[in-house]
Design a binder for this molecule. Structure first.
Ligand code: DGY
Length: 324
């Protein structure tokens, strides 16, 4: 008998079709009734779960008594209770690699858009406010030649740094525990403390995964170290930045602006950040391109297929639970 795969967020028809080759697939949709109820009822039948951006806590996972694997269509896996999955020996997989360049594109788009006020001036032009030549009120900041600080030089951080160094001749600073000699040679990047980075970078890009260590890594004290002309960019997880502290820093003019793709609470419809003209706000779209989402979906299916059909999945977050 086929094992059952349950989608915990909407998945595409193409994904359902691929999964149906090997599994019985349950993908709750509003057309079939309340998706939350449907999901909750189906949990006890699921051998595998697949989806993204939904909190799967212990209380929910406990109901999935047959669960063998959770496949996340994301690189971040902070939404899942990993210690409980480990306790149960349930495999967790993610989709690293496939979204590196796409997310770096968006990180750099936020650098450009914040500095040159792209979104704000687009609105201003469309509102019919361009009635005379622009003045200093519409000026932005240069990007080329400015110092780019990468907080968390992983794959995405390195891809943003490459864009800055090779495309815009930006000196690169990075903070983090491990030294990246290859990148230092390739890009002339310099490792420094977080404090030095904050004090010297013109653009501070936050690209660390969320963990207990990185929660509110950037708060009042850190924001106070930044230059008044600097911009803060976040494409990692909202909780890495203390959002209330950021709002205050922006209101006080402690920094010049911010470019944000992620927030402490997601999704959300109201925030003081949404009212600030010097903050570019996007709805968590770092990896949201047709090409990237399709590559991520296929990678997540490959992982789940392997896990449920007895092969070692390629992207196992908790390899110690793997049993031949
Ligand atoms: C990721 O892959 O972690 C993206 O942020 C989507 O959640």
């Amino acid at each position: 008998m086929k094992k059952t795969v349950l989608a915990f967020t909407p998945i595409s028809a193409a994904m359902i079709e691929r999964l149906q080759h090997d599994f019985h697939v349950i993908a709750p949709t509003p057309e079939q009734g309340d998706p939350v109820e449907h999901f909750n009822e189906a949990l006890s039948h699921a051998h595998g779960l697949i989806g993204v951006d939904r909190k799967l806590d212990r209380a929910l996972l406990e109901r999935a008594v047959k669960l063998e694997a959770v496949s996340s269509v994301s690189v971040g896996y902070d939404n899942y209770d990993l210690s409980y999955l480990n306790e149960r020996g349930v495999m967790l997989t993610n989709t690293p690699g496939v979204l590196t360049e796409t997310t770096a594109d968006l990180g750099f788009a936020l650098v450009m858009s914040s500095a040159r006020r792209v979104a704000e001036l687009d609105r201003w032009t469309k509102e019919g406010q361009w009635q005379a030549s622009v003045t200093a009120n519409q000026f932005g900041s240069d990007v080329h030649g400015k110092t780019l600080g990468i907080v968390g030089m992983g794959n995405i951080g390195a891809a943003i740094a490459r864009r800055g160094r090779l495309g815009f001749n930006m000196p690169i600073l990075y903070s983090g525990n491990s030294r990246k000699l290859a990148l230092e040679n390739e890009l002339g990047a310099q490792q420094c403390s977080l404090e030095q980075l904050l004090a010297n970078a013109d653009f501070v890009c936050v690209v660390v995964p969320l963990s207990e260590k990185t929660r509110h890594l950037i708060s009042h004290e850190q924001l106070a170290l930044m230059k008044p002309s600097a911009y803060l960019i976040n494409v990692s997880r909202g909780l890495v930045i203390d959002e209330a502290a950021l709002v205050q820093a922006l209101l006080k003019g402690q920094i010049r602006g911010a470019g944000l793709d992620v927030y402490e609470t997601e999704p959300m419809t109201h925030s003081p950040l949404f009212t600030m003209r010097n903050v570019v706000t996007l709805p968590h779209v770092g990896a949201a391109t047709f090409e990237c989402r399709s590559a991520m979906a296929n990678r997540a299916i490959d992982n789940l297929r392997a896990a449920l059909l007895g092969e070692r999945p390629r992207d196992l977050v908790n390899p110690h639970v793997w049993k031949e």
